[in-house]
Design a binder for this molecule. Structure first.
Ligand code: NDP
Length: 328
């Protein structure tokens, strides 16, 4: 019986159990491409899955992990052959389809993006779903028509994964970035990434007024709840905010005032079912518009045996930047 190492989640009488164990290759799900996984990463959603804090996993047994980079081992998909370097994120990996914290994955070839020229598998996962979501958010602001001359962009949850990558990309593109963080001790880290100004997230976490003083032309928000409501109420006339996260909550206690009195737009960002053509654009822009030196600065590396502990830390808001998980 062929087996491989994996982080397996099973349903228990109460909640779920998680274990680093051997997984039977015969249990792999349907797919036309089998990939030798080299690197994965730890995202907020992975934290929810491995700690069982939210019902992210909807099929059992499950292999956790929502994204990976690796090398194609076997393929019956016309676009892929053995030896190709690929990235996979979302599409239900680690939720409804056996996921990334494993030496092997079998997926649909249609889900895969080719590793950009000059980017290593490790760098791709240092970016991971969080970084790719940050780029989708930047693309949304650009599609809306914002440019650096329109004014500053606020990034919330700035010291987290999405926030760190968003800060680095926006500053490289010439935007003035206002980084909002609950960890003012990380102000120098955020300035090194390119933030022009660092503000305490307490300024944005109380109940929002319908309209407040106009402070920025746009925003990338990974926090949700009253933070997003405050960001909207402080957005300049005609600005736009990309909403991609819920680190503080799923609610949005706002009013229609920013939309109908200032023409502000709220842009929704989803990485999971994002169409493949948009993913390709995002990864190609990540290859050109994210400083690799800064990516190295924000990245820590852990092994598969450290994922569960790190999962609890990310939920507690204690992870700075990005974590890559070494699989092979
Ligand atoms: P991280 O935990 O790395 O970052 C989240 C950051 O949010 C924290 O570092 C912290 O930043 C801030 N934060 C945490 N808790 C609170 C709180 N209670 N109030 C205010 N701020 C808080 O997670 P990721 O960057 O990986 O993900 C961020 C969010 O984006 C998550 O909600 C995740 O589910 C979502 N997401 C959505 C995707 C999509 O497809 N739309 C894809 C990927 C992620 P600081 O310390 O700087 O204040």
């Amino acid at each position: 019986m062929a087996t491989f190492k994996a982080i397996r989640i099973d349903k228990a009488e109460k909640g779920t159990t998680v274990a680093l164990t051997q997984f039977d290759e015969a249990e792999l799900m349907e797919g036309d491409v089998t990939v030798r996984v080299e690197w994965s990463t730890l995202n907020y959603k992975d934290g929810l899955a491995v700690t069982g804090k939210a019902p992210v996993v909807r099929r059992f047994p499950m292999i956790a992990g929502i994204d990976f980079a690796g090398t194609v081992e076997a393929s019956s998909h016309p676009q892929w052959k053995a030896g190709d370097k690929v990235i996979c994120d979302g599409w239900g990996l680690g939720e409804t389809h056996l996921g990334a914290y494993a030496e092997k994955a079998r997926v649909k070839g249609d889900w895969l993006v080719r590793l950009p020229e000059g980017m290593s598998s490790r760098e791709a996962m240092a970016i991971g779903t969080a970084g790719y979501t940050a780029m989708l958010s930047v693309l949304a602001l650009e599609k809306y028509g914002l440019t650096p001359s329109d004014g500053p962009i606020v990034v919330t949850g700035a010291a987290g994964g999405v926030g760190s990558v968003a800060t680095a990309i926006l500053s490289k593109l010439g935007y003035r970035v206002v980084a909002s963080t609950g960890r003012m001790a990380e102000a120098d880290y955020l300035k090194d990434l390119g933030a022009a100004e660092v503000i305490d997230r307490a300024e944005l976490s109380g109940p929002a007024k319908p309209l407040a003083k106009e402070r920025w032309a746009g925003g990338i928000d990974s926090v949700g709840s009253t933070t997003l409501a405050n960001v909207l109420s402080m957005t300049k006339y005609g600005g736009a905010v990309a909403a991609c996260g819920l680190a503080a909550g799923m609610d949005l206690p706002t009013s229609v005032a920013p939309f109908i009195l200032r023409g502000v737009c709220l842009l929704g960002i989803d990485s999971v079912m994002c169409p493949i053509e948009r993913r390709k654009i995002a990864w190609s822009r990540l290859a050109s518009d994210l400083d690799r030196g800064k990516l190295t600065e924000i990245t820590q590396e852990i092994g598969l045996d450290e994922v569960v502990g790190a999962g609890a830390k990310i939920l507690a808001g204690q992870v700075r930047g990005r974590i890559v998980v070494k699989i092979l």
